[in-house]
Design a binder for this molecule. Structure first.
Ligand code: F6R
Length: 610
């Protein structure tokens, strides 16, 4: 959360910084700011509450000449989104500027100490103590002062500092909040996330916790807090600029929903072994024998990734016949988890940076557990710290509401379920059937989007008038129902809840009044008849039944007020298809309500704070 961009080189920094901030706006978008310098005796600073475009409008037509600068787009934690609370924050003498992601946990005691020394506090933020602390230690060496300040700081940070007295460098540090350096031709970049860099360079360096880098136009050097030099490898980004551009779509959310056929194809490529009804997953780092010892599987995640993990847990248990539990990362990390040698853990995360998932993973590993990642962002912290894993290959996800990651995570874990299943009870024929069905899913999603978009748009108009909406499903479609509810509430702000359909009668049925929309996921599977009974119960109470069902399902057709048809697939794979219309309903409902679809209120992508 929050985005950082920094530049040092021969070009004018402001356009580079603003463009970078726009690419990172999904990380936080309630205020933004920029600071530049060129060796004169003052910093140029401009900060605004609101979006990056508000900052852009506030900038003078001719910003002072400069060759180094830092910028930030904020998701407020400490203090409301005001101009003053925006980053960069400055030292009292305004010679040092800092942008920071993360949380300084001991900011209160540090502020008291600094104020007793005569420092005046100007903002409500935790970050403000950082430039004051650096100034306290500054004696002509910014790197040394940053390190001294960091020794007093408890909490998480990805930060960039600059000083007017050292106009040829930026000092960057990381602990718990991602930082990536971009290596250019006689210019260097720094950002919290790679999309800010792609337009300029593909050569990147990921900082690890405890590392400090000094950037000059000609290059960088990295040390730890004890001043030991660290050699860093330069990686190559494999994202294309088109992947982070809107193209012909009105919103990233819509673009990413439509990308699912291709992201699923990418996730399958080279991994399906149809001849053997098996799957090949190169990065698991488990030897063949280790598979026999797996006694339990535990999936750890948050939000949409949690729902994908829940949907996958049904597949894993069914195909592999291994008990599979799903844990909310934020709960697990503080529960003193019982880790045993025969449990295989997965941290499931699109960004690979979610603070709770990362902390839970670290706790499990500290206790000796093996944790694999199911991750989208290559080189992210979870990807690097896990014992191995599966990249989901869904490509950059820019919309704050996650869509294509859900289906790609489910795919990765389905392939894993097939793989482990094939070493146990799953026959080659059964494996082949699943792989055939998986290979059809991209085309089925394409058809679904082609055939149903207009109907979903019209349906969403009526949903947009409802005060609340219920989502019900069973089996793997129970997590799909949870995901439908999460998606709709996130982008439309309508109150929504998802339940296992049969749970409705244990309480939620009290919510159903005249015309309350209840969205049922009801494919023709072994639970079909049971779901029909729940539909009857809703109808009997005047609710409006909207059913996601297979074509030609006359029983549902008779009961439902509206039906959305999804193609028939393997019984175990129905969530891949049922989630797509739910994503579209969320999107169109938000449009009808004139919401900012890609930047819903109060949210930001990649939750790197607790
Ligand atoms: C919902 C959403 C969030 C994320 C959650 C986990 O649309 O985007 O619920 O799914 O914050 O994020 P990752 O997958 O990056 O760990």
């Amino acid at each position: 959360m929050c985005g950082i961009v920094g530049y040092i080189g021969a070009r004018r920094p402001v356009p580079i910084l603003i463009e970078g901030l726009k690419r990172l706006e999904y990380r936080g978008y309630d205020s933004a700011g920029v600071a530049t310098m060129n060796g004169n005796d003052s910093l140029f600073v401009c900060k605004r509450s609101g979006r990056v475009r508000d900052l852009e409008h506030a900038l003078p037509a001719n910003t002072p000449p400069a060759n180094v600068g830092i910028a930030h787009t904020r998701w407020a934690t400490h203090g409301p989104p005001t101009d003053t609370n925006s980053h960069p924050h400055l030292s009292t003498d305004e010679r040092i500027a800092v942008v920071h992601n993360g949380i300084i946990e001991n900011h209160s005691s540090l502020r008291t100490m600094l104020m007793s020394e005569g420092v005046t506090s100007r903002s409500d933020t935790d970050t403000e103590v950082v430039p004051h602390l650096i100034a306290r230690f500054y004696d002509g060496d910014l790197q040394a002062a940053v390190k001294q300040a960091l020794r007093l700081i408890q909490g998480t940070y990805g930060m960039v500092a600059m000083s007017i007295d050292e106009p040829d460098r930026l000092v960057v540090a990381r602990n718990g909040s991602p930082i990536v350096l971009g290596v250019g031709d006689n210019e260097m970049f720094v950002a919290s996330d790679a999309p800010a860099l792609i337009a300029h360079t593909r050569q990147v360096v990921y900082l690890e916790d405890g590392e400090v880098a000094v950037l000059e136009a000609q290059g960088f050097q990295t040390t730890d807090l004890a001043d030991r030099a660290i050699n860093k490898e330069v990686d190559e980004l494999d994202w294309e600029i088109e992947q982070i551009a809107l193209g012909d779509f009105e919103h990233f959310m819509l673009k990413e929903i439509h990308e699912q056929p291709r992201s699923i194809q990418r996730g399958l490529r080279g991994r399906a072994l149809p001849e053997f009804g098996d799957a090949k997953l190169g990065g698991l780092n488990l030897d063949r024998r280790a598979f026999f010892d797996i006694g339990r599987i535990c999936l750890i995640a948050c939000g949409t990734s949690l729902h994908a993990a829940m949907a996958a847990s049904y597949l894993i248990e069914e195909l592999a016949r291994v008990p599979c539990s799903v844990e909310i990362a934020s709960e697990l990390r503080y529960r003193n988890p019982i880790v045993d040698a025969n449990t295989l853990y997965f941290a499931v995360s699109q960004s690979g940076e979610t603070a709770d998932t990362l902390a839970a993973m670290r706790e499990i590993r500290r206790k000796g557990g093996i944790v694999l990642g199911v991750i989208n962002v290559v080189g992210s912290t979870i990807a690097r710290e896990s014992d191995g894993g599966i990249y989901i290959r869904s490509g950059p996800e820019i919309a704050v509401a996650s869509t294509k990651a859900f289906t790609s995570q489910l795919l990765a874990l389905t392939l894993f379920a097939i793989k482990i299943g094939r070493m146990r009870d799953l026959s080659a024929e059964a494996g082949r059937g699943l792989l055939r069905a998986l290979q059809e899913i991209p085309e089925q999603i394409e058809l679904l989007l082609e055939d149903q978009s207009e109907q979903l748009k019209a349906l969403s108009e009526s949903i947009s008038e409802a005060p609340y909406v219920l989502f019900l499903g069973r089996g793997g479609n129970f997590p799909a129902a949870l995901e439908g509810a999460l998606k709709l509430k996130e982008v439309s702000y309508i109150q929504c809840e998802g339940f296992a359909a049969a749970e409705m009668k244990h309480g939620p049925i009290a919510l159903i009044g005249e015309r309350t929309p209840v969205i049922f996921i009801s494919p023709k599977d072994h639970l079909h008849e049971k779901t029909l009974s729940s539909m009857e119960e809703v109808k009997a109470r005047g609710g409006r039944v909207i059913a996601i069902c297979n074509p030609g399902d006359d029983l549902v057709r008779e009961l439902a007020d509206d039906i959305i048809e999804v193609p028939v697939t393997h019984n175990m794979l129905t969530p891949f298809l049922s989630v797509v219309p739910l994503q579209m309903i969320a999107y169109y409902t938000a449009l009808h309500l004139d919401r900012d679809v890609d930047k819903p209120r109060n949210l930001a992508k990649s939750v790197t704070v607790e």
